[in-house]
Design a binder for this molecule. Sequence first.
Ligand SMILES: [Zn+2]
Length: 440
Amino acid sequence: MLTLINSVITAMPMYMMSVYKMPEKIRKKIDSYRSSFLWMRNLDNRKKYALVRWKKVCQMKKNDGLGVLDIKDMNVALLMKWWWRYKSPSFASLWKSLIQLKYNGSNNRSSYSPFWKMIRSLDSLGRTSSSYTVGDGSSINFWQDIWYNNCSLATLYPFLYDLCANKDCSLQEVVLTHGSILHFSRSLNGILRQEWHELTTILHNTCLKNEDDTMNWRWETNGIYTSHSLYQFLNFGGVPNHLSNIWWELKVPVKIQVFMWLVMHDKILSKHNLSKKGWPGDVSCCCCGDVETTTHLFLFCPIIKTVWFWLGNCQNEFYKWQSLPDIVNFAARLRKKNKHAFLTCFSALCWGMWNMRNEIIFNNRRAKTTRNLLILIQSYVEYWTGLTDEETKQYIKNWLPQDWNEVPIQMQAPEAPIGTMSSDDLWRGWNMGQLVEASS
Ligand SMILES: [Zn+2]
């Protein structure tokens, strides 16, 4: 599904997006098609929810999103190529000469051209994204371009910039006139005089050379513009979570990766989440009667607790876990292969439990025994990792029950719905090493 969205629906307008700014109305329409496709709405008459905000879906996987391409950001990233070519002093072509002649001349055709308007609209972002190595200073806007330290002088001295009447002068003009070209709308007193003194010191220390200025793209280490680097910059949604990538590194089907991403964001349609969306039904867990939250299903439900116990190696840790992120934090402390093995088992556990829960609710099936659920988990893991190397398989084996004879066959989860036995009773039952019989 994700591949289809990114490779087909999103790819179709890509060529146009690299030349024209996409109208907001069309962008919204395409996004609504993509969203419907992702959440499989409009396929039948059943109500389908969009489980996660579209903005979140469109963030990169390393930024904790689902990696669907953000059309708006990509459009800007692609169009920036034209701004870069136009502005870069080292880029010389017939196209650039034509554009300069046509729009920078005395006639006023520029106001009618969408293309020129698009280039001008990218000015602010382009200036923020590039810096200059000073040559003869003729291509550098003294106030607005970044040529001194890592920010423009307009940002460094905002009051002086506001008062200055010559906002478009080049660095060359200012240096050659020792700043006398700059006129201010009122006299500079106090702190402004101090700032002006600092500015003249910067000018005094600036040496012009007899060569072109060089423009550097700030988001690439080699200084050359790429649309990918700008897209990354625009798509960055805040402080990165170092565990965001963890599910996408696993060798499990994409469907499972997406499922685990939804689980960790507490966006699966558990009964508790459904009730938050206005669903009027009973929110009790079909296995034990407690409220069916995501954490309950995969950590606290008595059935899953017994499974966690036999999944091996984490008995000591297991008692400390209070939420699903605790499990991921535990995994993050493991070495890479062991971490992947554990998270693969965790994914199989969640997927197995989720399928069992759906079978009980929608097909009136009985709950599986702990042993059967563990066997199911093992079969998922073996299927997913069938083609991986022996070392990885061995790591995974270590997390599964070492001796299946020890896993009690009779320890059976109660039939759904149970109603009479609390989860605490069940928990105590297996915790004391007793076999919990079916509630019948
Ligand atoms: Zn339960």
